[in-house]
Design a protein around this ligand. Structure first.
Ligand code: GLN
Length: 314
């Protein structure tokens, strides 16, 4: 598979360079609007550690909501299943930043991958710590997963969101009114915005995602990050909720657990086979990377990878 996979990935990168309808780069976070939509990167890390890359795979980008996977993993480690009393695990069928369900559902967000849910997760992570300590812990966690101490948080992006994140402030205030945010909104959002501002390349992010393809174990260190069952469950929530109101479409077209971010990245997991990251900043109407989704669709068509096709996953 090795050589074939390298040429599949190179072909996909080449094909993506020729597509003119590239979606729309997010502009509500100023520094993101400055990223050219011509960018495209892909990294695939196989179970044996072989890494295949093409395009801008070593350019760091703002991982935004993909960070919600790491936030959830850490928070489950802190409070275990008690987390699910404050956040649901059902698809929302609404936009990532929607407030509409919160009133009817008493301030309990549908899932940890929409903004409201991830803000509650940030509030849990804050625990009894100072925001700076929690942000440091998230950064250390992601660096440890990727085995790369050079990974940074882009302060300019975090600051821009702090200045203009009015919707997120509204979500947090509204949930606080229901008693589901325990710290001040400023402190909780400080953690949330910094987590979203993590900057990783496709290669670094695919390295960080390996534990989800390996039953919860970091294959490089042999360290258990989460139990096998927990890894399976995080993958399940990624499959059902990782692309907001586009999650059904992503499952249909790609058939792998995946998490997108408005920076244009997608982390996808082929359990037991590969950790995959694509990046193209232009988004579709649901806020998911347009070419990133297409690239993954072509990758699974050519490799046969799908959790819905047992013959191919064995
Ligand atoms: N930081 C972004 C926000 O809160 C994350 C959204 C996303 O990536 N979908 O709006």
């Amino acid at each position: 598979m090795n050589d074939r996979l390298s040429s599949i990935i190179a072909d996909i990168a080449l094909e993506m360079a020729h597509i003119s309808d590239r979606g729309t780069v997010a502009n509500y976070i100023a520094p993101l609007a400055a990223v050219p939509d011509s960018r495209f990167g892909i990294a695939v890390i196989e179970l044996d550690g072989t890494c295949h890359v093409a395009g801008d795979a070593d350019t760091p980008f703002s991982i935004q909501s993909i960070s919600k996977v790491f936030g959830l993993t850490l928070a489950l480690g802190m409070v275990g299943d008690a987390l699910w009393k404050r956040v649901g695990r059902e698809p929302s069928g609404s936009a990532f930043n929607s407030i509409v369900q919160l009133e009817a559902e008493q301030g309990i967000p549908r899932n940890p991958f929409i903004n409201a849910g991830a803000i509650v997760v940030s509030d849990i992570l804050l625990g009894r710590h100072q925001p700076g300590e929690t942000i440091g812990e998230i950064l250390r966690f992601v660096r440890g997963l990727a085995g790369d101490e050079s990974i940074m948080i882009d302060e300019e992006v975090a600051h821009a969101e702090q200045e203009t994140g009015f919707r997120n402030m509204a979500l947090a205030q509204y949930m606080r009114a229901f008693g589901n945010i325990h710290h001040s909104v400023e402190r909780t959002l400080g953690v949330y915005f910094h987590q979203c501002a993590l900057a990783l390349s496709c290669r670094q992010l695919a390295l960080a995602g390996r534990y989800l393809m390996c039953g919860g174990i970091n294959p490089e260190t042999g360290r258990t990050i989460v139990s096998r069952q927990r890894a399976r469950r995080i993958n399940a929530v990624m499959m059902t909720c990782g692309h907001y109101d586009g999650s059904g479409e992503f499952a249909y077209r790609v058939g792998l657990p995946g998490k997108s971010g408005v920076g244009g990245g997608i982390l996808a997991v082929a359990p037991g086979i590969a950790s995959i990251v694509v990046w193209s900043p232009g988004l579709n109407a649901r806020g998911n990377s347009q070419l990133g989704t297409l690239a993954l669709e072509r990758l699974v068509q050519r490799t046969g990878w799908s959790v819905f096709d047992p013959a191919e996953m064995l």
